[in-house]
Write a protein that binds this ligand. Sequence first.
Ligand code: 3H9
Length: 719
Amino acid sequence: MARYELVKRSVALITLTNPPVNALSSPVRHAIAKSMERALSDPKVTAVVICGENGRFCGGADIREFAGPLRGPPLIPVLDAIEAGRKPVVAAIEGVALGGGFELALVCHYRIAHSKARLGLPEVTLGILPAAGGSQRLPRLIGIPAALELITTGRHISAQEALKLGIVDQVTDQNACEMAVEFALKSVGKPLSSRRVSMLTTPCPPDLDALLEAATMQVKKKARGVMAPLACIQAVRAAATMPFSKGMKRESELMTTLFNSGQAQAFQYCFFAQRTAGKWTLPSGAQWNNSKPREIRSAAVIGLGTMGRGIVVSLARVGISVIAVESEKKLLENGRQMVIGMLERDAKRRGVSASLNLLKFTLSLQDLKDVDLVIEAVFEDMALKKRVFQELSKVCRPTTLLCTNTSGLDVDALAGVTNRPHLVAGMHFFSPAHVMKLLEVVCGPRSSSETIATAMSLGKKMGKVSVAVGNCPGFVGNRMLKPYLDQATFLLEEGATPEQIDKALEDFGFAMGVFRMSDLAGLDVGWRVRKESGLTGPDVDSKNPPRRRQGHRYCPIPDMVCEQGRFGQKTGRGWYMYDKPGDTNAKPDPLIQNLLETYRSRYGIQPRNISDQEIIERCLFVLANEGFRILEDGMAARPEDIDVIYLFGYAFPRHRGGPMFYVSMVGLERVLERLEHYHQAHPDVPHLEPSALLKKLVACGSPPVQKWREYIKTMHSHL
Ligand code: 3H9
């Protein structure tokens, strides 16, 4: 767990050996404590260097240990002993020094970093704070404003930035460990008191209160309802106003509060869920660690609408050459200019040169004959997509992978019109595709393991969080969205307003409620889909009773809003009104209020007072209920995958962990009872009927979310 060697006859070299990130697990803490005791008591040793094996200093506390009681020596006394020691200790930082790893570096008397190293205190992203002295030492070392920013955001910084801020003493392109040993030898005999960060006085700015107040306002706005950043600010205040020992006490109190909150559990669940989600399996037994992806050097994107443009940018900025195809000259030129603009802005932001030489624009599918992979992003129309796939099948070489960016159409039906159904899969990006991190990789029944491995690995290369899902209408994300949106509009019928529903969801933690979000996305898209599926418009069967379609309850209010030309922000009117088209400041619109009142009186609906609790329960329990059905149907492999999709594709608040984690925290028994209650009240809404899996889990004693997979395994999997 830590190797101890004597180098250059007098330097004790302590190497953390806990792959993959040298996390500070109980045996590692124990080994550091023992090694330090040995180094300090050995008269031959004049200095100490601490480094990490495999070019990684340390990724912080072992997050897996947080779930159980503390075992082994606590971290703080281990760190205090390093700082208080009478021999100089140098941290040799390669790879990462994060969280407790950074705190370990802060108690060393000197820090040498490799130029490629990254440092940071990301605890806030795990719902906690740097609680091994980080919140007290960093402000003393670099001052309040810089420390506040790093601690409240959890941002990783480069070695160069760390040097500029005064966190590290030297940056090197050479072996950091060897440099640290040389450095340590030169430090022998020099006084250490000024190198003990805990003994420094925090440089306190005169406008401390204003600074902390501004930071508080900022985090409240950015991370609504999240406790950890607020606790971080309080800890930094303690560093500015209290002696070190009292500040440490405050840090510990704040940590205890956070640690025992459901929020910390949710954040930590998200950390592991994100890493689990990439681990896909197919019914054939092929999976992430036994299937080889192909290398993709060239790709084509068909269709240069909003999605297509974002996909081109995502591919080009990771060095893949892209042929972009449009059907008309004007659309092609327009798309070309927009893609180039996006790439140039992106490159400027990242301080690199734009990879424009990788792009080619064409009107002809014939130009695609040699590409490795195609992503089709044409209009969401099955007949059109089938024509494109038939054409691609003729034009592209037989080994080219053919992917579709459809947001919900049948991927296997597209595979069926090609001469290579095993090389067809869905790559469902989220809009805007160059910004949104989520990618649903849709596995058709005939998609080969190599195809899925390639789509997943290409997603990773583009910096996406890729999740493998089954082929069903709407896949996972959009399939769950429908019942959620339905509940919101049913609540409007029953007496709620868009503002009230949005506020309840925003208080829950969403950055935007469902109606404000719909206005941003544009209301016309859903309207067109409803018209195409015969739910509204001239094709509706006139035998349907009012407010019913296809045998179930149906709310026509969204159609009525669209019929008035209100398509959301882009038209300056939607569920809200805006000062002008494109404006983002949503204001309640009396016309919508009027529309709702007229509608209710036309259908004899007596509006009632609806509580925020009912809004949350109906919208979010129904969302999770569909999630359970998706698990039952084998369209997602595990609840973590669903949660990751909602975190990264639909901005589900991270401190709630995702819809499935959220209901597990509420208690499955209660969720079942509430769904039964609402289903009884609304028997014509099948989505409110509790799913079989939810009932089964409750019958089995409501196991924690991490164990659900054991109950799903027996069900039919499409993954
Ligand atoms: C802390 O330090 C609290 C203290 O202030 C106070 C204590 C009193 N623990 O991400 P990857 C696993 S809080 C346990 O895919 P990469 C990870 O689950 C901690 N496991 O690799 C995965 O496992 P698997 C503050 C960890 O190269 C494997 O390692 N530190 C930890 O893309 C590979 O991970 C952080 O928040 C851990 N600390 O990225 C840093 N870290 O293979 C968290 C990783 O079974 N870690 N694992 O799926 C990271 O940000 C990234 O892992 C890192 C490497 C950048 C280090």
